[in-house]
Write a protein that binds this ligand. Structure first.
Ligand SMILES: *Cc1c(COP(=O)(O)O)cnc(C)c1O
Length: 202
């Protein structure tokens, strides 16, 4: 189980406090904020990009980002491949699935997932390591609904894992402050926690 401390909107000092306790995995969702924080913070921090990543910003983070959680289109994956090749590096990513009822949340549907899996198997993204899936459940008090959505994501993960058939496809990023317990019951092995660690965001 790994814990990504989601430090978006929080000051550098808040990150330093957790860093001093030995924590190294931090999540941000704006490129500009990630760049300015990473510049002043220790280089051994593992930065997780958890937001919606615009293609034109990929090159700004490609050389140092630890894991990109929100790959939600083939176009973005192609851009990550292109920039990683240019930078001469390998990049770890998760494919983001749309599991929530809300239209507003980003992510792939199952058809798009299987199209991408086919391309991966055909070697389309040699500089990209597809490490697993990520998803966000609906924002609701309805526990049954949330657990059903996480169950669905876990099934998609098992399906993709089989399809890819390689041991490094092993990360299932699901669960935030409000629903991480349900996510863990449903098979999550990476939770992204912000407000519970750092306090409410404004
Ligand atoms: C903000 C954010 C989180 C953390 O949310 P909390 O409810 O504060 O724990 C997790 N994942 C993503 C994708 C986020 O944008």
């Amino acid at each position: 189980m790994s814990l990504v401390a989601v430090s978006k909107t929080k000051p550098v000092a808040a990150i330093e406090e957790l860093y001093a306790l030995g924590h190294r995995d931090f999540g941000e969702n704006y490129v500009q904020e990630l760049l300015s924080k990473s510049e002043v913070l220790p280089k051994d921090i593992r930065w997780h990009f958890i937001g919606h990543l615009q293609s034109n910003k990929v090159k700004q983070i490609i050389s140092f980002v630890h894991l990109i959680h929100g790959v939600d289109s083939e176009k973005l994956l192609e851009e990550i491949q292109k920039q990683a090749l240019k930078a001469g590096c390998q990049v770890d990513v998760l494919l983001q699935m749309h599991i929530a009822k809300e239209e507003t949340k980003y992510g792939l549907d199952e058809k798009e997932l299987s199209q991408i899996l086919t391309k991966i198997k055909n070697g389309a993204y040699p500089n990209v390591n597809i490490r697993g899936l990520m998803g966000m459940a609906s924002f609701t008090e309805n526990i049954i609904e949330v657990s059903n959505e996480f169950k669905e994501l876990k099934m998609q993960f098992d399906y993709a894992n089989k399809a890819i058939g390689h041991p490094n496809f092993d990360i299932l990023s699901m669960g935030m402050s409000g629903d991480y317990q349900i996510a863990m019951e449903e098979g999550s092995n990476m939770v992204r926690i912000g407000s519970l660690l750092f306090g409410q965001r404004k």
